[in-house]
Design a protein around this ligand. Structure first.
Ligand SMILES: Cc1ncc(COP(=O)(O)O)c(C=O)c1O
Length: 419
């Protein structure tokens, strides 16, 4: 323990020490290991030869199919275009409405706009910060086609309630699990509640290849449509890959494109790294959960720091450790808390994203569409408006537990001084 608070160690601090002592494993791990390097070398040694094409893409997709015990996985170059593909494959079209949470990173809304559909913003639960089914219900119109739910900060939304809405109104559900690799809802791995589930391998995520995404589904027809959409609309693409023989492809009268498609395919270099990360997923996810527990020991008895609630049966995998600063003057206090935390040696933390509909860019885009613009009344989603400016997102990407432990101590010191 390099960073000591005072002689009389507080209860929370003692708990951290006990917790770490019980974890008599090595405190340090590597985010990128020799396995990732080995797989990258294999790609380079193959010199991207087309005869060996897509070895790592196929292996990565297969690893997802096994992990999620699901029919199909389609690799993409990020976790935004995955959602565009999902919407297109489901036949959600121009002008159709898709319900998205007001509080999340902008990608779900962007994907809806990329698909020429209309994003409709629903409010969140103020405890879990995830999509609230009652608010979703109020957003439904005859044009609503789908709900794009987000497992925010690593916590799944209430799928039972969302699926009830879907069944009642004949809507599709797409799960955005970019922040939630291997979280659970009522004992079940998230990823198979919706028609599609989307994952991201961007740098801050549980598993990373720098950039990258994955779409999974149990429906063969949807998988085929998705693969064609993200694969330039090529002829011969099936749910599991290409079936065409080279001989057919090489003919002068071969019809290559059978539908309008985008090139959203993942590169072999990314697939190589992502495969190694999937093979190491348990240790990578466990590390983030361990870091979150350290912060939780400090926060759980503090009356002005309120962590994201974790209802019974939900398993949060803590993309970040999210908590709300609940004081009388939270907005100014947020700056004061941050300044104090930084002064004490804390790592800089992010606020939550502005609510998507409050971003000037999105307002300008939707101004051109009177139907969307109508919804942009002030205080459209009051719970999200309350929560967003008060949120603190502590990073959980510490691969050396000693560093995380030091941050937990700084958090404790800051919370004492702040009071
Ligand atoms: C909730 C959420 N959805 C989607 C994305 C988009 O993923 P990508 O950056 O891979 O496009 C991210 C993060 O980047 C995210 O946090």
């Amino acid at each position: 323990m390099k960073y000591l608070l005072d002689k009389n160690l507080c209860v929370a601090y003692k708990k951290i020490v006990l917790f770490l002592q019980k974890k008599d494993k090595s405190c340090k791990m590597k985010r990128i290991t020799s396995l990732e390097h080995q797989y990258i070398s294999e790609v380079l040694d193959n010199e991207f030869r087309t005869s060996k094409k897509s070895i790592f893409n196929q292996r990565l997709e297969h690893a997802f199919v096994e992990k999620f015990n699901i029919g199909y996985a389609i690799a993409h170059n990020n976790g935004t275009c995955t959602m565009h593909t999902a919407l297109a494959a489901l036949g959600v079209g121009a002008g159709d409405e898709v319900i998205v949470p007001a509080l999340t990173m902008g990608s779900p809304t962007l994907a809806v706009l990329h698909n020429n559909s209309v994003p409709v913003f629903a409010d969140i639960s103020p405890d879990t910060f995830t999509l609230d089914a009652a608010s979703v219900r109020r957003c439904i119109t005859p044009r609503t086609k789908a709900i794009l739910s987000v497992s925010l900060y690593g916590l799944p939304p209430d799928y039972d309630a969302l699926l009830d809405v879907c069944h009642e109104h004949n809507l599709y559900l797409i799960e955005d699990n970019a922040q939630c690799f291997s979280g659970k809802y009522k004992g079940k791995l998230v990823g198979s509640f919706g028609q599609f589930a989307s994952y991201s391998f961007q740098g801050s995520k549980h598993l990373t290849s720098g950039e990258g995404g994955m779409l999974i589904t149990c429906d063969a027809l949807l998988a085929q449509k998705a693969r064609q959409f993200c694969g330039l609309g090529f002829n011969g693409l099936t749910a599991t890959g290409s079936t065409l023989q080279r001989e057919t492809l090489q003919q002068p009268d071969f019809d290559r494109h059978i539908t309008l498609g985008y090139n959203f395919k993942m590169s072999e270099l990314c697939a190589a790294v992502a495969l190694a990360q999937v093979e190491r997923a348990d240790e990578l996810v466990e590390q983030k959960k361990t870091v979150a527990k350290l912060f939780h020991e400090v926060v759980k008895d503090c009356d002005f720091l309120v962590p994201q609630a974790q209802p019974e049966g939900y398993e949060n995998v803590y993309w970040t450790y999210a908590m709300m600063l609940k004081t009388e003057h939270s907005k100014t206090d947020w700056q004061r808390f941050r300044a104090l935390f930084l002064k004490n040696g804390g790592d800089s933390f992010y606020a939550a994203w502005k609510l998507t509909y409050n971003e000037p860019f999105f307002q300008n885009v939707v101004q051109q569409d009177p139907r969307v613009w109508q919804q942009y009344q002030k205080n459209l989603c009051p719970k999200a408006e309350f929560v967003q400016p008060r949120l603190i997102q502590l990073k959980t990407n510490y691969w050396d537990l000693a560093e995380a432990e030091q941050q937990a101590e700084i958090l404790y010191k800051t919370s004492r001084e702040f009071q």
